[in-house]
Design a protein. Structure first.
Length: 321
């Protein structure tokens, strides 16, 4: 008898271990699940769902529709293993895998990232305990991720809150002249991980770090850039979004650099207005599922003496248009 080769990926092992697979009686009844709009700029709260259980097609279609409408889904009181988080996440899409030549958070030397990334200041985790400015994950890659699910496992006593920004509504509220000005413009978001590496080298030479907000012709790019629309169309809902992070190095193509720098500064100030922001105060067991194509997210700092452990699964996206 031929030996069956072992499963080598976390994703395959996770699905193989689902002891409820193929059991229709294990599917959670849709009647147990409620979706209600969150108070504020973004989001809907999903109540009654158990992410450990298989879900009905009716439930999943309603969740996807709510996600397109509200851009964030908040699942409360979820106690999941990494494998259960992974299998639940893939109801909404395939796992994001970056190109091997474009570093992202948790990239290994060969470019591979874990299916489940520990967003944590604990040993083996990533992002530390400092503030993170508003950004879209993987925006600097050729095909950015579509979204992420983040599960709270350990939380500090204070800080570590995550804010989300509605960049669809931010676009809709622009005046007609600004919309006309930015229609059709392409821009490049440069890879912040290359800037981190360069700043480490600068520190070794006794030089100050650089965090440019805009790339001008006198500043050499640290790596290749991948143009994308400044006004992006959501590939599923058709909604327009202002596809711009607030602090990454950026460059608008085809216009005067001084004009481009002023335009980006103006748009970034607009995005960060309070009416576009929802701040999520984490509680243990929360899963927040955000649309990376229609929101930015940021994080407040928290005490370095306390642990914050969240697990993230990012989903594959498509070429921005």
């Amino acid at each position: 008898m031929t030996a069956v080769p072992p499963l080598t990926s976390q994703l395959s092992r996770a699905f193989h271990a689902l002891n409820a697979a193929g059991r229709p009686d294990a599917i959670q009844p849709p009647s147990e699940i409620r979706i209600r709009k969150n108070i504020g700029a973004l989001g809907a709260i999903v109540e009654g769902l158990d992410a450990n259980r298989p879900q009905a097609a009716e439930t999943l279609l309603k969740l996807k529709q709510a996600h397109h409408e509200h851009f964030i889904l908040i699942f409360k009181n979820q106690q999941l293993s990494e494998e259960a988080l992974l299998t639940f996440a893939t109801y909404f899409g395939s796992v994001f895998n970056p190109p091997e030549d474009v570093p992202v958070l948790a990239s290994s030397d060969g470019g591979k990232t874990p299916d489940v990334v520990p967003v944590s200041n604990a040993p083996g985790g990533y992002t530390g305990n400092g503030e993170l400015t508003p950004h879209a994950d993987h925006q600097w890659t050729p095909i950015p991720s579509a979204g992420s699910l983040l599960h709270a496992v350990e939380l500090p006593s204070t800080g570590g809150d995550t804010s989300f920004y509605n960049i669809h509504q931010a676009y809709e509220d622009l005046d007609a002249d600004t919309k006309a000005q930015i229609a059709g413009l392409q821009h490049i978001t440069y890879n912040p991980f290359l800037r981190i590496v360069d700043n480490a080298r600068r520190a070794q030479r006794g030089q100050s770090p650089e965090w440019p907000a805009y790339r001008t012709p006198d500043r050499e790019a640290l790596g290749p850039g991948f143009p994308a629309p400044l006004v992006r169309t959501h590939p599923e809902s058709g909604k327009k979004v202002l596809w711009l992070s607030t602090h990454t190095e950026d460059e608008v193509l085809g216009i005067d650099p001084a004009e481009g720098e002023a335009l980006i500064a103006k748009l970034r100030a607009h995005i960060q207005q309070p009416q576009y922001r929802y701040e999520h105060k984490w509680t243990l067991g929360d899963i927040v599922f955000w649309d990376n194509r229609a929101t930015l997210h940021s994080r407040t700092a928290f005490p370095e003496t306390e642990r914050r452990v969240l697990k993230r699964v990012s989903l594959a996206g498509s070429r921005p248009f």
